[in-house]
Design a protein around this ligand. Structure first.
Ligand SMILES: Nc1nc2c(ncn2[C@@H]2O[C@H](COP(=O)(O)OP(=O)(O)OP(=O)(O)O)[C@@H](O)[C@H]2O)c(=O)[nH]1
Ligand SMILES: [Mg+2]
Length: 698
């Protein structure tokens, strides 16, 4: 019985690149399922998903919002996720609660890095996925052309299971390639009307259908045999093959439509039931026994011991704290006691809640696979594991997100300094991409996050929720250092006069690695020149020295260290001595290996009215930018460019004045690049002065 109930759960994340139309689809799904009476829209603040004031104001999703709908005797929980790079930490967290994903695709055939990132996460987590090509109401789209760029970045076979039917007056419906019926939109989000396929479109339909059958047949030997014998597959066989292909990550079936008019949305709900998995179909989440550290099984089975992962926290100064979790195994009950295994603290679960957009509905129990919320947990933050006290386990933590941009936040009133720090610390509980530290020299609060937009939202929330106003000062550029040459160096520590001596001697070789490769340590010690037990200390010494390079005190990246020789002393050598010796040798080798400064390069997408294009592109060039392309989005143009972060620290006001307020932009970290030689000395001087590091030779 219980397993059947789990099989009826679908936790569906709506994902895709920023602004593509995810939230409108999510709202349309709720309406089509009969759980709303009108179509909510992010445009006018009526969406069931974009509900926080910061989201309404920007008409963009910043956090994951959740709504539950029943459909064909299944329980579908819709998670509408953010798409823009600045908020992807939320999306990643939501995926740990998802059992399936719907990739919303743009008909303009553009694929941004955000989509690739989310795809790779779904892959890593084993989340079965389907796709929905949206916004087909506006213009006629060549489906194959629009899907080609998606097929290039996705390592599953992209296969349409529907094709749009329309005329010059707009989209009318679609052909269901599985059932071979034409589905015409009904009014008011009622189910579409099924009819025969019009004779005019039969050739195009036949070609797509053949490709679908071939793709499905390749998934399974029995299907292939049948297909080869008869040249056909029955509707239920196709559906079975599609489901197998989706669960195995081999196929990405694509639906089509426009949520604005309810076209193709019933098909998404059907596909969620028929093609996407229940939590029991996913690879089991890795769990380890909290005491022994040994792996243990925590299947999506209501009969197993209770374990749940907190994937989101919402702090509200008035309503208190709400923790959202996915019950991974067993069941949670209202008014029970569980263990926060991550912190070793008991927690009292009060009333369990099911989320319905802004509202919540009380529930008695939540079983394996279900997503629910509970208020006022004392010691629990996002990423923590809640478990049965008698069988405590730890589930994988949520990944942390490295900051790409930092600002100094200055409270407007001096009296608010303490409160600002405390409130920001509270906000870190709900925002895994937010990092706070105090600059030990200037005493400023340094706020770091995924981009300018992210930090601006943090500042707005700080004011709305905690009444603290801060001003942001120009961000600090997170420079890095690397090497361009090779070098060898000896690192030696010798203090052998009086008392217990210290002796360690190391020889290392330093070599550059490709950009983004990080750090590699190779041990080539032979014949016991350095005893085994000291070798980890050598690596540790280098790792501890890496965060402070010799040019600007920035982290050193993308290099390889080979330890190839050394010597030791029977009595005076120690781990500590080898650590220090290694760090000395490392600094020496760095200086000899042609160190250079790296700067972050940002990917900018600037949307401007046609007539401002020339000015904006000219300005980007003046900022050392490289324009990658321009895409029309009438009456606007979208300029894509790579620009060093140092040149766009205050881009917003400049763009506003260049476009009289009609321009808009998004910025995301792209990669690191070398600071050009003619600027390097100047930048190094400036950064050293800012950080109070004496110039070499001073
Ligand atoms: N005409 C039309 N407009 C659409 C359609 N889908 C979305 N839009 C519009 O596109 C804009 C963005 O839609 P959203 O649903 O907020 O997009 P999103 O992907 O959730 O955006 P982010 O949350 O910011 O990543 C809104 O103005 C929508 O009304 C569609 O099918 N037809
Ligand atoms: Mg959205």
């Amino acid at each position: 019985m219980a397993a059947e109930e789990v099989a009826r759960i679908r936790n569906i994340a709506i994902v895709g690149q920023g602004g593509v139309g995810k939230t409108l689809l999510a709202d349309a799904l709720v309406l089509a399922a009969g759980s709303a009476t009108r179509l909510g829209r992010s445009d006018d603040g009526t969406s069931l998903f974009d509900i926080e004031p910061e989201e309404v104001r920007r008409k963009t999703s910043i956090t994951t919002a959740i709504h539950h709908v029943p459909w064909r005797k299944h329980e579908i929980t819709i998670l509408d996720t953010p798409g823009y790079a600045a908020f992807l930490a939320e999306t990643r967290a939501a995926l740990t609660a998802a059992s399936g994903a719907v990739f919303v695709l743009s008909p303009h055939g553009e694929v941004k890095v955000e989509l690739e990132r989310v795809w790779s996460w779904c892959r890593a987590l084993g989340i079965p996925s389907i796709a929905y090509m949206t916004r087909l109401d506006r213009e006629e789209t060549d489906l194959d052309e629009a899907l080609a760029p998606v097929a290039r970045v996705v390592d599953a076979k992209v296969i349409p299971i529907a094709i749009p039917i329309g005329s010059t007056t707009g989209l009318e419906g679609y052909v269901d390639l599985v059932a071979m019926r034409s589905m015409t939109a009904a009014s008011d989000f009622a189910a579409p009307q099924s009819g025969a396929i019009a004779s005019g479109s039969q050739a195009a339909v036949a070609a797509h259908r053949d490709r679908l059958l071939e793709a499905v047949a390749e998934v399974d030997d029995a299907l292939l045999e049948h297909y080869l014998e008869s040249g056909e597959l029955a509707e239920d066989e196709i559906r079975r093959g599609l489901r197998l292909g989706v669960l195995a990550g081999k196929l990405l079936p694509v639906l089509v439509g426009t949520p604005a008019r309810g076209i193709g949305v019933h098909a998404v709900l059907d596909a969620a039931v028929d093609l996407l998995g229940s939590p029991a179909d996913l690879p089991e989440m890795e769990a380890v026994d909290a005491k022994s550290g040994q792996p243990v099984a925590r299947p999506a089975d209501p009969g197993a011991p209770f374990a749940a992962l907190v994937f989101k926290t919402v702090n509200d100064p008035f309503a208190g704290k709400l923790s959202l979790f996915r019950v991974v195994s067993g069941r949670a009950s209202s008014d029970s006691t569980v263990l926060n295994a991550s912190r070793g603290a008991k927690e009292r679960l009060g009333q369990l809640l099911r989320l319905e957009g802004k509202k919540q509905a009380p529930i008695g129990v939540a079983m394996a696979g279900e997503i629910c919320a509970v208020a006022k947990l004392k010691d629990t933050a996002s990423g923590d594991t809640l478990a049965d006290e008698k069988a405590p386990v730890l589930l994988p933590k949520l990944p942390t997100f490295e900051a790409v941009m930092s600002f100094a936040a200055q409270p407007k009133s001096k009296a608010d300094e303490e409160k600002a720090t405390q409130s920001l610390q509270k906000m870190m509980e709900e925002d895994l991409a937010l990092h706070i530290e105090r600059d030990p020299e200037s005493r400023e609060i340094i706020v770091s996050g995924s981009g300018q937009l992210h930090i601006e939202v943090v500042v707005e929330r700080l004011k709305r929720k905690y009444g603290v106003e801060v001003e942001l000062k120009a961000p600090k550029v997170p420079y890095r250092e690397t090497i361009k040459g090779r070098a060898e160096a000896q690192g030696k520590l010798k203090k052998q006069s009086g008392g217990r001596g210290q002796f360690a001697d190391t020889w290392i070789k330093l070599e550059p690695l490709p950009r983004g490769a990080g750090f590699e340590f190779v041990d080539e010690i032979v014949g016991g020149a350095i005893p085994r037990q000291y070798i980890p200390a050598v690596e540790k010494g280098i790792r501890e020295a890496m965060p402070r390079g010799i040019l600007t005190g920035s982290p050193v990246v993308d290099f390889k260290v080979t330890l190839f020789d050394g010597s030791y002393h029977d009595v005076d050598s120690s781990e500590m001595a080898f650590k220090i010796a290694a760090s000395l040798g490392f600094k020496d080798a760095l200086a000899k290996a042609r160190p250079v400064l790296l700067e972050p390069i940002m990917l900018l997408e600037v949307t401007v009215p046609d007539e401002c294009m020339g000015d904006v592109i000219g300005d980007l060039n003046a900022r050392r930018g490289r324009v990658l392309g321009v895409d029309p989005k009438p009456p606007h143009q979208v300029i894509r460019a790579e620009v060093p972060m140092a040149e766009v620290l205050k881009y917003a006001p400049d763009l506003r004045s260049m476009t009289s307020g009609r321009g808009d932009f998004h910025m995301a970290f792209a990669h690191y690049d070398e600071v050009p030689a003619h600027l390097s000395d100047k930048v190094i001087k400036e950064v050293r002065a800012e950080r109070g590091i004496a110039a070499a030779g001073e």
